[in-house]
Design a binder for this molecule. Structure first.
Ligand SMILES: C[S@@+](CC[C@H](N)C(=O)[O-])C[C@H]1O[C@@H](n2cnc3c(N)ncnc32)[C@H](O)[C@@H]1O
Length: 252
């Protein structure tokens, strides 16, 4: 996630020992940094095209194909994705599935995700109240019960509601639909945290607080994640506590 500090020694070693490195990174500067580690770094960014007419789903399928072409040619291939390669990312899981199905050895090395950074920067422990993670569009496309007693982390809010898979941002009208959905479980003045973790060591995390009702009018970039802290306290389950007390007595 952050240039320089978030690459594990094992991940670095995989990069250096491969024949070809593919890169889907957060920042062109991070790509330049990777090029210092390996002479053959191939950016996956150009496959997005002009970003207007091409579906991201097509781009992600192409990524799998270009990576697999090198694997099938007998090369040792390493693909570097920013954050954790397996978190809210389709191609890394898919290319591993395809490679294994074809009899190749494939392995995913975990990375430091935006999720990890937000726990540190926002001081949230997901174990305290529980924590739900959703791609924001999932709340619009599918019936998705929310537990307002736990934290709620929403990914890709910047393009919430995009059914075309062609846009890189949607607008206030789309965020209003999201707010309408969230308003079933949260009051309009519930605080929303809009978070951007640092991708360069010279940066600080950007943390903005807005009431839920103002989310439509607040720009959310493709690199931001939205967090809602619990709106209701944990409720004691007295029946189960009694049952456990009985068990404790029976066991002692
Ligand atoms: C396709 S997902 C990739 C996530 C990435 N694999 C990870 O582990 O962080 C893109 C989403 O990650 C989140 N994200 C990406 N960069 C971020 C950053 N610097 N700070 C906070 N969230 C970020 C945003 O929710 C964004 O819409």
């Amino acid at each position: 996630m952050t240039l320089g500090s978030h690459l594990s020694p094992l991940a670095r070693s995989h990069i250096q020992q491969s024949d070809v490195v593919f890169a889907a990174l957060s920042d062109a500067i991070v790509e330049r940094w990777l090029e210092h580690m390996h002479p053959d770094v191939r950016s996956l960014q150009p496959y997005y095209g002009d970003g207007k007419s091409k579906s991201r789903a097509a781009t992600y399928r192409e990524w799998v194909e270009v990576m697999m072409a090198e694997v099938r040619a007998g090369k040792r291939v390493c693909a570097v994705f920013y954050g954790h390669p397996g978190v809210f990312a389709w191609s890394p899981h898919e290319v591993i599935r395809v490679a294994r199905a074809e009899g190749f050895h494939a392995h995913m090395e975990p990375g430091i995700s935006a999720e990890d950074c937000l726990y540190a920067d926002l001081g949230i422990d997901p174990g305290r109240f529980g924590c739900q993670h959703y791609e924001a569009s999932q709340l619009l496309f599918y019936e998705t019960p929310i537990n307002p007693g736990a934290c709620l982390v929403l990914w890709q809010v910047g393009l919430v509601g995009d059914r075309s898979m062609k846009r890189f941002s949607t607008g206030p009208e789309y965020r209003q639909v999201l707010v309408d959905v969230l308003s079933r479980d949260y009051p309009p003045d519930h605080e929303v945290i809009i978070y951007r973790g640092a991708t360069l060591p010279i940066e600080q995390p950007r943390i903005r607080h807005v009431p839920l009702r103002d989310l439509p009018a607040t720009d959310v970039s493709a690199e931001e994640t939205v967090v809602l802290l619990p709106a209701s306290p944990l409720r004691a389950n007295l029946a189960l506590r009694d049952r456990l007390a009985e068990l404790d007595r029976a066991m002692s």
